[in-house]
Design a protein around this ligand. Structure first.
Ligand SMILES: [Zn+2]
Length: 98
């Protein structure tokens, strides 16, 4: 799973097939139709990867009342050179709210 992190407002949004923007609207992103590759834009968007192989069982354990310290989920910053995320040098789709 890919998450969009805004370095300005620290908002984190799940990327989806439709374009999503952070709270301050300075960064945006979306999944491409293949559901694997993504495009992001705006002012220095940061894309986080979340390890689904960690997340799904950890959520199931939590929902089953079996939360334990150690239900860790690996996350990482996806490097700008990744072939799975295209960083478009475009302004945000709308200007930030005053
Ligand atoms: Zn923001």
């Amino acid at each position: 799973m890919k998450l969009l992190l805004c370095p300005h407002c620290q908002d984190v949004r799940k990327l989806q097939s439709r374009k999503t923007k952070c709270k301050c609207k300075k960064v945006w992103g979306k999944y491409l139709p293949d559901g694997v590759h993504a495009q992001v834009g705006g002012d220095r968007p940061v894309v986080l990867g979340l390890n689904n192989n960690d997340l799904v069982p950890a959520v199931k354990r939590f929902l089953g009342g079996k939360y334990l310290i150690g239900n860790t989920v690996q996350a990482w910053v996806i490097e700008k050179a990744s072939d799975r995320v295209e960083h478009l040098e475009t302004p945000p789709p709308t200007s930030p709210d005053p």
